[in-house]
Write a protein that binds this ligand. Structure first.
Ligand code: ATP
Length: 255
């Protein structure tokens, strides 16, 4: 089988703002059909790295490569919409692409949000807004989907649904996904590779590898005060937990 197509790559990227180094010698690549997640604390440089991958910001040093013709859909961390403007989802989507009503309903249908077409953007829940933003990003039929904190403002159940949805889009469309997340738990289940960033790349690998890395565990502990572990159940299944919240009591050990 042919190697998966490279969609975007940075090598040796360094960024300074003033005399502060925000990214230090970073390598990262995203290929078709893979979900890559950047995790790290506030101010770690995640959004800056995403903006560099997208060509929205130039690094002080290093190389950025996006093969010609790769289409990108981007959900930024912040949406700048004037809060006094009455804007329905239909109007909002039409600002970005010329589509008829049926095409919009289809785009919203891809993210299970077709009922929201005539709803005001300001009346959407956190999860609904994220779905609409995802629909907007999909309008470009992207080969690379870049999502900067796609579950922000969404409750835990909604987060799980959104991660499932994103993984489903990858499965159906074969696109690559680069995702930024603060969450260190839910996102892991739906990720092929994790990059743990804190100005430098602290560790990287498959979620199950990264979970065992001292740098990841230290980061997790600093953010939550808890340590991640894996339950090994007697029937051979596994589930994730946090030390300090362990209600299982038996039939598990900490990996
Ligand atoms: N244009 C800019 N000028 C100066 N400093 C900036 C600029 N953009 C980002 N920074 C700083 O760079 C650092 C990294 O910011 P960035 O937004 O990339 O972090 P992040 O990991 O995405 O953080 P968060 O999780 O809080 O969104 C922060 O300290 C931020 O204040």
């Amino acid at each position: 089988m042919a190697d998966p197509q490279l969609l975007a790559e940075v090598r040796g990227v360094t960024v300074r703002f003033g005399n502060r180094t925000v990214l230090d010698n970073i390598d990262l690549a995203v290929h078709e059909r893979e979900i890559v997640t950047l995790i790290g604390p506030n101010g770690a440089g995640k959004s800056t790295l995403v903006r560099i991958m997208l060509g929205l910001h130039q690094p002080g040093a290093g190389r950025v490569r996006r093969p010609r013709g790769v289409t990108v859909g981007y959900v930024p961390q912040r949406l700048n919409v004037d809060p006094v403007l009455p804007l329905t989802v239909r109007r909002f989507l039409s600002l970005y692409s010329r589509m008829d009503r049926q095409q919009m309903i289809r785009a919203l249908g891809d993210v299970d949000a077709q009922a929201l077409l005539e709803v005001s953007l300001h009346n959407l829940s956190g999860g609904e807004l994220q779905r609409v933003l995802l629909a907007r990003a999909l309008l470009r039929q992207p080969q690379l989907l870049v999502l900067d904190e796609p579950v922000q403002g969404v409750d835990v159940n909604g987060q799980t649904e959104l991660y499932e949805l994103i993984a489903g889009l990858r499965d159906q469309r074969g696109c690559g996904v680069l995702m930024v997340s603060h969450d260190l738990h839910l996102v892991m289940a739906r990720t092929d590779r994790v990059f743990c960033l804190d100005q430098q790349m602290c560790c990287t690998g498959r979620p199950e590898q990264v979970r065992g890395e001292p740098a990841f565990r230290a980061m997790f502990r600093n953010q939550t005060g808890l340590v991640p572990y894996t339950h090994h159940h007697e029937d051979g299944s596994e589930s994730e937990g946090w030390c300090g919240q362990c209600r299982e009591g038996k039939n598990h050990h900490h990996a």
